[in-house]
Unconditional design. Structure first.
Ligand SMILES: O=C(O)CCC(=O)C(=O)O
Ligand SMILES: [Fe+2]
Length: 216
């Protein structure tokens, strides 16, 4: 018998979250390459993560690639980020859940994922991330991307959608960044962008990887 390391309430145990984890997510990734779900994290955890990130003032402008040219960066992306260290129990709980998912994806899809890394991200009003892919083809470094949205309230006319495209550039889906929604997609295959919003937009972006290396 294995017990959860972090306490969970019976209410969480009653949610069909394990079916999402063991069946729906691997199936969706195998068949479509992406999935949107609200059932991976408890509302309590999401609320606490939101409180932590919205309180912090140590997020810094994100960079792209290794050439750390901040001017070039800011034409492509304007988010401010901070890596999750797992040192706080809250971050450890988020990372532990993602590690369960990593192991399940390995069991179901033989992806050989070795680690998961994630950062808090804040997009202030007007900030964006232009269309990009999270991993270069053939590098097999970042394999699966996840993004969890943290804002307790998000109105449909506030902007800030994640727009997912297929490989031919056709729009697949627009996702409103509402609290508790998590998006998963294959990192190499889906170009995506973050549209500007009218207010600060908080999320955790993460990547299941096959080996450690320099983050891109
Ligand atoms: O916040 C999002 O919806 C996506 C963020 C993203 O694309 C990234 O950090 O690579
Ligand atoms: Fe991305």
């Amino acid at each position: 018998m294995q017990y959860h390391e972090t306490p969970v309430t019976p209410v969480e145990l009653l949610q069909p979250v394990d079916v999402v984890l063991t069946e729906a997510l691997p199936d969706a990734l195998a068949q479509c390459g992406w999935m949107i779900t609200e059932q991976v994290f408890s509302p309590r955890l999401i609320q606490e993560l939101y409180e932590e990130v919205s309180d912090r003032n140590d997020l810094t402008p994100a960079s792209i690639g290794r050439a750390d040219d901040q001017q070039r960066n800011s034409r492509v992306r304007r988010d401010k980020t901070r890596w999750l260290s797992g040192q706080s129990p809250l971050q450890a709980e988020y990372l532990a859940r993602m590690d369960q998912i990593r192991q399940q994806l390995n069991r179901s899809l033989y992806l050989g994922l070795q680690e998961f890394e994630a950062h808090y991200a804040r997009y202030d009003a007007g900030d964006f991330y232009r269309t990009h892919v999270d991993a270069l083809k053939g590098q097999r470094n970042r394999v699966v991307t996840s993004v969890t949205y943290l804002n307790p309230v998000w109105q449909s006319d506030w902007g800030g959608e994640l727009v997912l495209y297929d490989e031919s550039g056709a729009q697949l889906r627009r996702v409103l960044p509402t609290m508790g929604t998590t998006v998963f997609f294959m990192s190499e295959e889906f170009p995506h962008e973050v549209l500007p919003a009218v207010t600060s937009r908080y999320s955790i972006a993460g990547w299941f990887r096959v080996s450690s290396g320099v983050a891109i």
